[in-house]
Design a protein. Structure first.
Length: 155
């Protein structure tokens, strides 16, 4: 068992010593990070979106915010609220795209590709956590899948 399992405040992965997530908390932290990183892109997307697309971007952003908050609670607040470098990349990509193109339904392919990473992290966390947490994670994943289904008409 790693120190991470004993100390939830411990950084979740040390790439020098751990090849990947190994405890339930590691998987939850990885999921949290992916959600926060995705939300970072949607923060900019909401700001720069065309009016007819803003509600869609807002729906994704608000859902990710709720999910991040719930997962932070599961981890008793022991999370890196800033996410990872990928969050900065997501913000930059959306900002740069907004300079050259409209932020509208044409971006949905990129949104769906990004959300696949979040869905993968949900499944990994579900497979490696206790039953009470698993049920909550499944419900959150279902909410994301439902939002993706409800926005399928934009493809």
């Amino acid at each position: 068992m790693t120190d991470t399992a004993l100390n939830p405040a411990q950084p979740h992965l040390d790439s020098a010593t751990e090849p990947g997530a190994s405890t339930p908390n590691d998987h939850l932290r990885d999921l949290y990070t992916r959600i926060v990183d995705a939300k970072a892109g949607f923060d900019v997307m909401v700001e720069k979106a065309e009016p007819e697309f803003r509600d869609v971007a807002t729906s994704f952003r608000d859902m990710h915010e709720r999910h991040a908050s719930k997962i932070a609670e599961l981890l008793h607040g022991h999370v890196d609220k800033d996410g990872s470098l990928m969050g900065a990349v997501n913000r930059a990509v959306v900002s740069i795209r907004a300079l050259f193109d409209e932020i509208d339904e044409d971006i949905m392919d990129q949104v769906r590709n990004g959300e696949k990473w979040v869905l993968d992290a949900f499944r990994e966390a579900e497979a490696n956590c206790a039953a009470p947490h698993e049920a909550q994670l499944i419900a959150m994943r279902a909410e994301l899948e439902d939002l993706l289904d409800r926005t399928a008409y934009l493809d």
